[in-house]
Design a protein around this ligand. Structure first.
Ligand code: TYM
Length: 346
């Protein structure tokens, strides 16, 4: 049985959707619609691995969905839904809890960062998080996963899980008609573009993140034009003018970051941006950056606002998407049960 080329990716509804999420992930989600069959998921079950205020969680699920739609994701041609509506994610995640090894999870740097020093007090869900992520992808037997750089390690784990499952159950997989023994594909990360790792505007060595205490560290998709301008003008820089070649950015993380953001927003390469701005002072480059940022983001921000004012519509998109996702997920889960040896209603 040939595998369909299918894209899956997810975004957590944990507030403060920012430029890193947009440039590192959502922009690529939009592009892939032209060439692939795509499933985009608001991963609310991942969100609750750390405490979420229930009303705020509901709002954030709608906000991420609105950002998907406002950015140009077509929920009719493709699938947009929230994870908790398709129970098969949790079901397959349990199977993967039994496939993945403790040693594999112990290596996950994101858990170490998020749990911090108080590891004993972290939820079990936070620890098992990458297994659920593998289930998200593999319950659709997705082949391609567009993500930012920070998700690379989780993707490698998903590949390891797919491979171990295929090895452990090789005979049953073949008996179920998969002659090549490849039931789960090895999902390929797609980490592309000039902004796979957008950094904080306050510190070019730290990732732009939803959880940074300083709102000046990031541009939120909900920021208005004045706020964007203020944040960019206050962004940390160094005293030198911009270099005219990319290698001049190597030891200048803040300059590198701003040039990368400009390139991604303008749909150009960093080298091309430096051809234009090499030798310029940051003050003039920042003005150009404000312009490109505002002109690119403000239509999205206003469309998001419009959608957020109509939660009934947003919820109906999610319900419709979940209904279509469930059909695919249920089929995978049913075959998975056959392979494992569970008794179930077909
Ligand atoms: P999350 O919600 O933290 O981020 C969503 C997407 O945004 C990317 N991203 C960035 N890209 C560039 N620069 C940044 N500063 C930046 N910050 C975030 C992330 O890489 C991601 O692509 N575990 C995932 C969600 C998830 C998932 C999945 C992704 C759950 N299941 C299955 C893919 C497939 C996460 O926490 O992303």
């Amino acid at each position: 049985m040939a595998l369909i080329q299918r894209v899956f990716s997810g975004v957590q509804p944990t507030g403060n959707l920012h430029l890193g999420n947009y440039l590192g992930a959502i922009v690529n989600f939009v592009k892939l619609q032209e060439s692939h069959s795509c499933i985009y998921c608001v991963v609310d079950m991942h969100a609750i691995t750390v405490w979420q205020e229930p009303a705020e969680l509901t709002r954030s699920i709608r906000e991420v969905t609105s950002a998907f739609l406002a950015s140009g994701i077509d929920p009719n041609k493709h699938i947009v839904f929230n994870q908790s509506q398709v129970a098969e994610h949790a079901e397959l995640a349990w199977v993967f809890n039994c496939v993945a090894r403790l040693g594999w999870l112990n290596r996950m740097t994101q858990f170490k960062e998020k749990a911090g020093k108080d590891r004993e007090n972290a939820s079990v869900g936070l620890y098992a998080y990458p297994n659920l992520m593998a289930a998200d992808i593999l319950v659709y037997r997705a082949t391609h996963v567009p993500v930012g750089e920070d998700q690379k390690q989780h993707l490698e784990l998903a590949r390891d899980i797919a491979q171990k499952f295929n090895n452990d159950f090789g005979e049953q997989i073949r008996n179920n008609g998969f002659n090549d023994g490849l039931y789960f594909p090895q999902p390929e990360p797609l980490i592309t573009g000039p902004a796979t790792r957008v950094m904080s505007l306050r510190d070019g060595t730290k990732k732009m993140s939803k959880s940074d205490a300083s709102d000046y560290s990031r541009i939120n998709l909900s920021d208005d034009a004045d706020t964007i301008a203020q944040k960019i003008r206050k962004a940390k820089t160094d005293p030198e003018p911009l270099p005219s070649e990319e290698k001049g950015l190597e030891t200048r993380p803040e300059a590198d970051n701003l040039v990368g953001i400009y390139a991604a927003l303008a749909g150009r390469t960093k080298a091309d941006v430096l051809k234009e701005f090499g030798g310029a002072q940051f003050s003039s480059f920042k003005n150009a950056l404000v312009d490109v940022c505002v002109s690119r983001l403000s239509p999205i921000t206003s469309e998001m606002k419009r959608l957020m004012a109509d939660p009934g519509h947003v919820d109906s998109v999610l319900i419709d998407g979940a209904n279509r996702a469930r059909v695919i997920a249920a089929e995978t889960m049913s075959k998975t049960k056959d392979i494992i040896g569970f008794i179930h209603k077909r």
